[in-house]
Design a protein around this ligand. Structure first.
Ligand SMILES: NC(=O)c1ccc[n+]([C@@H]2O[C@H](COP(=O)([O-])OP(=O)(O)OC[C@H]3O[C@@H](n4cnc5c(N)ncnc54)[C@H](OP(=O)(O)O)[C@@H]3O)[C@@H](O)[C@H]2O)c1
Length: 340
């Protein structure tokens, strides 16, 4: 049986969600795809790092992290290691990069991904920073090296928006418009029910949807990053987050107040090369009015098919872990067969 050795960098929400999703799918991957998947490294500065050449027992990893909140008493605990160790290990085939998003310089994810590709490793990431800032550079490097770079989880978690754009549609997309930030959509849904902005934000923070510093969401930085990723996937472009025009939801609400059917939209006019993130009142009956709470929904307008609508979760541990699983399956179906 063929083997794929995985190094996981980052063991927060998504890293843990992926291990849970993978543990449930190991036997299917073995039977259907003919691969023995081994998670050999987990690297995280605070939760602790693990290594096993034979592959970690995933159920045991889940037991320790759920019980202790860290991996320090796990038998395979290896203390402090540099995050590049799995990347430099000759036995590693795939790096899964799930460290925090940084939209200033993409670090540490950018260096992890770049170095992995230079070292001949396939990469799967859900980290928006490096993909939003360096899409062209990283995809070109992967192509040049004949390696897989999976990014499904960077937008809409496990809901397959990126695979739909890449493989499900031809080159005739005119407009992509949608709701891609669950936190602000939750806030707007609550405001529709009569909450003030401050109370709706507090509720979002209590529910664990919004950060203590909610600026990434309410000022549109998260959306701008997602918008640039979607444009680049659609046109194979080199659009940066700074090329997307952005209006802050918070500033808009301070100025104009809440209006019925107000949505915080990504609006990408692909043919015109005009890309924006802005609050917009959508028409009564528009399908986007049906997207409530933390869910996401995107309308893709194409030349041949007319409109299609993709709806589903936009975040979550298991949901984003599922995105990594679908990228892993794609890798096994495509590149690994060619490589070995
Ligand atoms: N959560 C979601 O629903 C979701 C959905 C789509 C995409 N994403 C993206 O997926 C990525 C992971 O998200 P998350 O929610 O899992 O974040 P998270 O809970 O903050 O987990 C990230 C983990 O990476 C660790 N880390 C930081 N620097 C590291 C380094 N140099 N080497 C190894 N580990 C390092 C962090 O440790 P410290 O705690 O010490 O910093 C933390 O444990 C982010 O880029 C996020 O934007 C998340």
């Amino acid at each position: 049986m063929k083997t794929i050795n995985i190094g996981l960098i980052g063991f927060g929400n998504v890293g843990q969600g992926f291990v849970k999703v993978l543990s449930k799918n190991l036997s299917i991957i073995r039977e259907v795809y003919g691969y023995n998947v081994k998670l050999t490294y987990i690297v995280d500065p605070v939760k602790g790092s693990l290594y096993s050449r034979e592959g970690l027992d995933l159920v045991k990893v889940i037991k320790y992290i759920d019980r202790d909140g860290n991996l320090r008493s796990h038998p395979n605990y290896i203390g402090e290691i540099h995050s590049f160790q799995p990347i430099y290990d000759k036995e590693t085939d795939l790096i899964i990069e799930v460290t925090p998003t940084n939209l200033v310089d993409g670090e540490p994810g950018y260096s992890h991904i770049r170095k992995s590709l230079e070292e001949g490793k396939h990469v799967i990431t859900t980290n928006k920073g490096p993909i939003a800032l360096f899409y062209r550079e990283l995809t070109r490097l992967a192509e040049k090296e004949g390696l897989y770079l999976g990014i499904e989880g960077t937008v809409m978690s496990g809901t397959p928006l990126i695979k739909t754009i890449r493989y499900g549609l031809s080159n005739d997309i005119n407009i992509i418009s949608g709701i891609l930030n669950g936190t602000t959509n939750f806030i707007l849904t609550k405001m529709e029910e009569g909450y003030t902005f401050d109370d709706a934000l507090k509720e979002a923070q209590n529910m664990g949807y919004a950060e203590a510093d909610p600026s990434m969401d309410i000022d549109g930085y998260d959306l701008v990053a997602k918008a640039s990723i979607l444009v680049n996937v659609t046109i194979d472009g080199d659009i940066k987050p700074s090329d997307i025009s952005r209006i802050s939801l918070k500033e808009y609400l301070d100025e104009k107040g809440y209006q019925k059917n107000l949505k915080y939209l990504v609006y990408l006019e692909i043919n015109e090369g005009r890309y924006s993130v802005a609050p917009k009142v959508v028409e009564e009956g528009d399908i986007l009015t049906s997207v409530k709470g933390v869910n996401n929904g995107v309308v893709i307008r194409t030349e041949s098919l007319g409109e299609i609508f993709i709806y589903g979760p936009g975040a979550g541990r298991l949901e984003t872990g599922y995105a990594i699983l679908t990228d892993l399956l794609e890798l096994l179906k495509t590149h690994m067969r060619i490589k070995r």
